[in-house]
Ligand binder design. Sequence first.
Ligand code: S3P
Length: 448
Amino acid sequence: MTSKSPQPVTFKPSGPLAGNISVPGDKSISHRALIFSALAVGKSRITGLLEGEDVLATADALRAMGARIEKKDDVWTVYGVGVGGLMQPDNAFDMGNSGTSTRLLMGLVASHAISATFIGDASLTKRPMGRVIEPLSRMGVDIRARETSDHKACLPLTVRGICPAIPIEYRLPVASAQVKSAILLAGLNTPGITRIIEPVLTRDHSETMLKGFGAEINVETDAEGCRVISLTGEAELQPQKIKVPGDPSSAAFMAVAALIVPGSDILIENVGINPTRAGLFELLRRMGGDISFKKKRTVGGEPVADIHVKHSPLTGIDVPADIAPSMIDEFPILFVAAAVASGQTTTRGLHELRVKESDRLTQMAKGLELLGVKLTEKEDGLLIEGSGGKPLPGGKPIPVIETALDHRIAMSFAIAGLVTKSGLSVDDIRPVQTSFPGFQDLLASLAS
Ligand code: S3P
């Protein structure tokens, strides 16, 4: 983070939001674009890359393992070392706040004859890593992690890779694209077929992109309806030209802002609408949101559209648990929409939200309660009583919301501030830099 001390910011009630904007590049695709390019033989070019702290942490680690990565104007160039060609890094990888960097790079190191130590900030250091350690250990990899008092494996940890690793068939016990991708990355340099059985579909960028890079990867559905992903190891990846679309998880904040601030009408250009990511937009439509996808097209194998959003009265909804994986990062901002809807919104099956950058159920419940929202926090979800379109009461002095090193908590409350009676403060805006540089300026541009 650029500044060492927390940076509180106040967000005040807003007039109508209007204008055409674009949001920064997709975080998930940006990490993968850098990693796969670093494993290709030769020079890849990436445009639209998210230049947030999380993605820059991935770039630094790849450089430390021998990939040359340069930026000129808007183009990132990656000179890949080839699958199996990574070098021993000199220092520990500081992954900052980034769970995606950590889990994906653990998989990458796993099947190379190198070792790497991963450290991170106070948020990342609390997040569970056992879900990645378990399958990688089955591949023969030696991973030593700190054990917490409640027996969870957490950072700091050291991965001692093995080459050749043993190919595995693994059924994902948690719906996690990070775990899936870590195993696929380890499988790239492992002889034979690495197979992953995915009972619940999660974001599929790794599969799509690996196919684009020329890997032998096959996706089928078995008799029980599970996805079965088979990757043939010792792959050779061909360098690519990649255009990263705008991040739907970032667009989500602006879309909800436009829905809940009366009189708003905005267009968010060039946003990824992959169905494994677009659950929030579908759900907001079901709540009465006027959201339409314009100029649908395919860019680099990913569906993309311009998203038109107009202010709409929203109605509370019973959110089905099975939509969760396709909007897993969007629940904090959905809770804000629910807080101003008419009637009750219920959510369930959201245990995973407790192990994100913060415990997102608790952080959202605490902050919304400070704003005067009536809600119940359950073990696996929130029940929220909406204000029926009325401004959220807040209080005097204005409430100070704890963001707990979580970018999505900070941005969700920034948007909530626009529909309070007299505003709110978030206690620290710095975490926004991990995924959405320029967030405040972009929001201000819509309000002016
Ligand atoms: C991500 C997957 C999700 C998501 C995270 C990014 C990815 O995590 O929450 O922001 O890029 O694979 P899980 O796979 O752990 O649910």
